[in-house]
Design a binder for this molecule. Structure first.
Ligand SMILES: Cc1ncc(COP(=O)(O)O)c(C=O)c1O
Length: 341
């Protein structure tokens, strides 16, 4: 029985075309700004996002931390959804390194709305912290790969402009959002000041994320990246994989979304899982496990060759990715339908 690994889209392995691009990459010392492949990746990224400049960073976490450091500012507060990655899965680097306090904001489907953001603003008393920034996550990982509509993005952008706040987009999976909503990445980015997206998730590259913004911001970001130990030397070796990913693996994300939808339909038919396939917008499925604790379901699926992760006590997360083929999906759905618990 083949193991089907649905724990994350970070588990994808570079394909042979990507490996060839890595072998052929021209390289130089990127701390000197002399790696032609890194420079090409940064130019390509700026073009795709419509931002003036871009910086290759080691990870999504670093790509989020740098704008928190620069635009958040020590002693200030950053408004972010209560289930956001920044708040729960980045070791409190916002507080411990950037010196900002991330403030949890409620919202359905992981979406920030002006009416809830408004409640977190503070009066202008000299002894109160200032709110400096809003951080949006699109797609929203822990809300189940949900996407912002254009109106929702505009709502956050208008709120931020009105109140003099910067907006950062944690767009680890922004290409999934763009494919699912048919809003271009460029358009999504037009609502925010800075954006981070990951090459190493659904896009299938082995390492790296991109941070984008205006020229002044990226010049400062280059300094902070070095301070954090993220200055890389012949990084063209991995940047080549990033270019390959952007040129070859974006449109195919639609397959992952279709596959996630098929799994959700199979889960809807069994008694041990609760999910509405209409709520599965991209490549992440989160289903409720009302009959048994999540750990029991995860173990039972593992015995059948399907690897996934518990999310708290009562939900399970599955993520489709380019390592999972149509044939795999047929088999996964068959296993799910047969499993009685
Ligand atoms: C929404 C989101 N933001 C940021 C990150 C962090 O990325 P990395 O693991 O590359 O640090 C992740 C990783 O899963 C994520 O899902």
């Amino acid at each position: 029985m083949k193991p089907y690994d649905l724990r994350s889209d970070t588990l994808t392995l570079p394909c042979s075309g990507m490996r060839k691009a890595i072998v052929k990459a021209d390289v130089g010392d990127d701390v000197y700004g002399e790696d032609p492949t890194v420079n090409r990746l940064e130019e390509l990224t700026a073009k795709i996002t419509g931002k003036r400049d871009a910086l290759f960073v080691t990870s999504g976490s670093m790509g989020n931390l740098i704008p928190l450091y620069i635009n958040g500012g020590r002693g200030n507060e950053v408004l972010t959804h209560e289930l956001s990655h920044i708040l729960h899965y980045e070791l409190d680097s916002a507080a411990t390194i950037a010196g900002v306090t991330p403030v949890p904001v409620p919202g359905k489907r992981g979406i920030l709305e002006p009416r809830f953001l408004e409640e977190k603003l503070r009066p202008d008393f000299y002894y109160m912290p200032r709110v400096s920034m809003v951080s949006v996550e699109n797609t929203h990982n822990m809300a189940g790969g949900t996407c912002y509509t254009q109106m929702e993005l505009k709502g956050v952008a208008d709120f931020a402009r009105k109140n003099g706040l910067k907006v950062h987009l944690d767009g680890a999976r922004v290409f999934n959002a763009a494919i699912a909503t048919e809003i271009t990445v460029r358009k999504i980015c037009s609502f925010v000041d800075t954006i981070t997206f990951c090459l190493s998730k659904g896009l299938g590259a082995p390492v790296g994320s991109m941070l984008c913004g205006d020229t002044k911001f990226i010049a400062e970001a280059r300094r902070i990246r070095k301070m954090l130990g993220g200055g890389m030397r012949q990084a063209g070796i991995i940047a080549a994989a990033g270019i390959y990913a952007l040129e070859n693996n974006v449109e195919r994300l639609a397959e992952d979304h279709q596959n996630a939808g098929d799994i959700a339909k199979a889960l809807q038919e069994v008694t041990w899982a609760g999910v509405d396939p209409k709520e599965v917008e991209t490549n992440i499925i989160i289903f409720r496990t009302e009959k048994h604790p999540a750990k029991v379901i995860v173990e039972a699926l593992k015995k059948q060759g399907i690897h996934c992760s518990p999310k708290g006590q009562k939900s399970v997360r599955m993520v489709t990715n380019l390592g999972i083929s149509k044939q795999d999906i047929t088999e996964i759905c068959g296993i799910i339908r047969k499993l009685s618990l």
